[in-house]
Design a binder for this molecule. Structure first.
Ligand code: ATP
Ligand code: FE2
Length: 328
């Protein structure tokens, strides 16, 4: 069976085609480019406009016909209401017109499952770092539990806001990474770890006001915030007694973050993994794959019960497709 997955929680519209052996046949991404922060209605209009052409492109890329589709999966939440509603409407219409079942996927869980599919990670702690989300997630007692998270903004959001203040286009994360490569002086910034949680608003304000060469600010911003993330991830490993870290989310494209997590895991005798960049960022393939896992576990939904879940929590999902492994 081939699954068509639609991602649209925020600025990315993604259409993915995945078969039941876990092959990604197509993964088309269309990004809304906000001029000043993401405007939910404008992002939703972007998704509506690109939906049909993106699906056609995915069919072409994967050499798939609409008759081959056996399941529709969509990102049910968490995310921006207008964006979620737009992709949910498209998913329902496709499910009805093709006469195939429907699954509604938790976006954060999908990041983890695509990593389990495409890397060697089997039972990892996921460090999920994107624009809107920053969470440390691991499987325990039938659910993906959130062991730590940001108390305010996501790390990518923090980087983008800092960058906007310095005149960088969106997304600023990759530009900051490039500039940081020329920095060497570690400036003091607020290091904000509270138990298993982190916060970024203080470091954003401090870095934005700092009077120093931009390369040193970018370098220090990365070193400080990535160290915070590495610290809470290490504590989650110790707590859960797991020995794998999986990276996910757009900020996981950052080489320095990957390197810091890699050093930490190697020092513990553990391992770290990151999916291909096109599967790290928001994408439709991860929604398609997680949708198939859900369908196989009997978790498909009727059109009547397919309402979006804007504040869908990672630990609300009954992970019936995984065997109980740990009992801690
Ligand atoms: P979500 O809906 O999960 O919050 P998102 O809409 O933020 O996701 P993603 O594609 O997962 O989308 O992540 C985008 C974020 O990743 C942006 O904030 C961007 O600045 C950041 N980013 C991308 N590449 C890098 C990089 N190399 N270094 C740091 N940050 C990066
Ligand atoms: Fe995401």
């Amino acid at each position: 069976m081939i699954v068509l997955g639609i991602e649209g929680t925020a600025h990315t519209l993604g259409i993915g085609l995945v078969d039941d052996s876990g092959n990604v046949l197509a993964n088309v991404l269309k990004n809304y480019q906000p001029s000043e922060g993401i405007h939910p209605r404008e992002a939703a209009n972007h998704h509506a406009k690109h939906l049909v052409p993106a699906i056609e492109e995915a069919f072409e890329e994967g050499d798939v016909r609409k008759e081959d589709i056996g399941l529709i999966a969509f990102s049910r939440g968490p995310g921006l209401g207008p964006c979620l509603r737009t992709v949910a409407t498209a998913a329902r219409a496709l499910s009805l017109s093709l006469g195939v079942p429907l699954t509604g996927v938790n976006h954060c869980v999908a990041h983890l499952e695509i990593g389990r599919l495409t890397t060697e990670a089997d039972d990892p702690v996921l460090l999920y770092t994107s624009g809107g989300n920053t969470q440390v997630i691991a499987f325990s007692r039938g659910r993906y539990r959130v062991f730590g998270e940001t108390l305010d903004i996501g790390i990518g959001n923090m980087l983008d806001k800092f960058g906007r203040g310095k005149g960088m286009p969106f997304p600023a994360g990759p530009i900051i990474e490039e500039i940081a490569a020329d920095g060497s002086s570690l400036l003091e910034l607020p290091y904000s770890v509270k138990g298993m949680d982190v916060s970024f608003s203080g470091v954003l304000t401090a870095a934005s006001k700092m009077d120093a060469p931009l390369e040193d600010i970018c370098y220090s911003l990365q070193e400080t915030t990535f160290a915070m993330l590495t610290e809470v991830t290490e504590r989650a490993l110790a707590h859960t007694k797991k020995d794998e870290v999986l990276l996910g989310g757009g900020v996981a494209c950052n080489q320095r973050l990957r390197e810091m997590v890699d050093i930490m895991t190697r020092e513990r005798g553990a391992a770290s993994y990151a999916p291909l960049k096109s599967l790290c960022v928001d994408n439709g393939a991860m929604i398609a794959w997680n949708g198939l896992l859900m369908y196989d576990a009997g978790l498909d939904i009727s059109v009547e019960n397919s309402g979006i879940l804007q504040g869908y929590r990672t630990d609300e999902v009954d992970v019936l497709w995984r065997q109980q492994k740990d009992l801690f």
